[in-house]
Design a protein around this ligand. Structure first.
Ligand code: ATP
Ligand code: MG
Ligand code: MG
Length: 365
């Protein structure tokens, strides 16, 4: 059968490999870690760094199509792979998403609103930007950040407080965003097939602690027009990129229901893990279907649900969860439970609430 190559062998790569196996595909995973989570599932594990030309050569030789589980592989790497084997999502999508500045410019160019932002290369840029945003903002590294790493929040920051920050954060390559006082955060998981068909799951409402996702609840407590706006934004983004595969897009929801796009991940997303429990076709299968050129599956939800991440040593509590009947437990097979490390997740299922999300009904919409 055909082989799907996956760059990155963390839990996302592992779950993609599981979905691929069920559809009869073989998988080849490139990941430097000898004991990476995907290794136990994939047919082939190439233990080499992502930029290593020999490793990439091996992956291209073994694969009929290549995808990835994380967005920080260098653009040149993705392009050199794409010269030999189809790569989905396209390297252009990857490059747009891996730089927070180009990502926000891209969103705005499509008429999708974001937090206000400025590029920061010096303390002077930072001081001027903060002045523009009323002294409040979030300074982020443009590249490589995840789980809130590489970020600093400023509240009523004075110039003296700010001095030296840019040097401490790598000397440049930063973006300052206005600090948004959102009412809630949501994300939408959507897919575009090789045939151009579009499908989106219901938006999830997400809670982060210390910048790390801890819980996703579906349905989100938003009104129908807000949910529709998220779907429309996803459609516009995927169309404009000629995208093939699954995407995760995060939004801030303001009091009046206005959406501000925060970021997109050109891959399956942690806030979409609930789909494996509450939908017939999970985000993982959906992604494999898209990159393999198969028709997309249904995104319909047969339950309400709450997904929670199992972080660090919390894994020990996981066995107790098995006594709950309507709970899907998913562990990643990681040996070492470092604090904050994503060890697994679980999804609790509830009967489908009719029609609109609970809060929307409460509000009488
Ligand atoms: P992920 O793990 O989702 O990729 P990340 O490291 O890329 O996270 P962001 O999603 O940009 O980081 O930010 C993490 C969290 O910090 C957000 O979910 C949100 O709760 C908060 N946050 C980020 N930017 C802003 C902002 N401009 N205003 C207010 N809160 C923000
Ligand atoms: Mg991110
Ligand atoms: Mg995020």
């Amino acid at each position: 059968g055909a082989t799907i190559g996956i760059v990155g062998g963390g839990q996302l790569g592992r779950m993609l490999a599981m979905a691929a196996a069920r559809l009869g595909y073989r998988t080849a995973v490139l990941d430097p870690e000898p004991d990476c989570p995907a290794r136990q599932v994939a047919n082939i594990h190439i233990a080499a760094p992502y930029e290593d030309s020999r490793g990439l050569e091996q992956l291209a030789a073994a694969s009929d199509v290549i995808t990835y589980e994380f967005e920080n592989i260098p653009g040149v790497t993705a392009r050199s792979l794409a010269d030999r084997v189809p790569v989905h999502p396209l390297p252009e999508a990857l490059e747009t998403a891996q730089d927070r500045l180009s990502e926000k410019i891209f969103f705005n160019s499509l008429g999708i609103a974001t937090a206000p932002f400025v590029s920061v290369e010096s303390d002077d840029d930072l001081v001027q930007g903060l002045a523009r945003f009323g002294g409040n903002g979030v300074l982020k590294t443009r590249r490589m950040g995840y789980d809130g790493k590489g970020q600093r929040v400023f509240h009523q920051a004075t110039e003296t407080v700010v001095r030296g920050t840019v040097a401490a954060m790598g000397g440049g390559g930063l973006i300052l965003e206005g600090l948004i006082s959102f009412e809630r955060e949501i994300s939408i998981i959507a897919a575009r097939g090789a045939d151009g068909r579009f499908a989106a799951y219901d938006p999830a409402e997400n809670v982060h602690r210390n910048g790390i996702l801890v819980r996703s609840t579906v349905p989100a407590a938003i009104r129908q027009p807000t949910a529709e706006a998220a779907g429309q934004a996803a459609f516009t983004i995927l169309e404009s990129l000629g995208y093939v595969g699954v995407v995760g897009i995060e939004f801030f929801v303001l009091k009046d229901g206005t959406l501000l796009a925060n970021e997109m991940a050109p891959r399956v997303h942690n806030s979409g893990h609930w789909t494996e429990a509450a939908c017939t076709i999970s985000q993982f299968e959906q992604h494999i279907r898209a990159v393999a050129g198969l028709p997309l599956g249904s995104t319909e939800r047969h339950h309400d649900c709450v997904m929670e991440n199992i972080l660090g040593a919390d894994q020990e509590k996981a066995s107790a969860l098995l006594s709950e009947p309507d709970l899907l437990l998913h562990l990643y097979g990681k040996a070492e439970a470092r604090p904050g490390r994503k060890m697994g997740h679980f999804t609790r299922l509830y009967p489908l609430s009719a029609g609109a999300p609970p809060l929307a009904k409460e509000l009488g919409s």
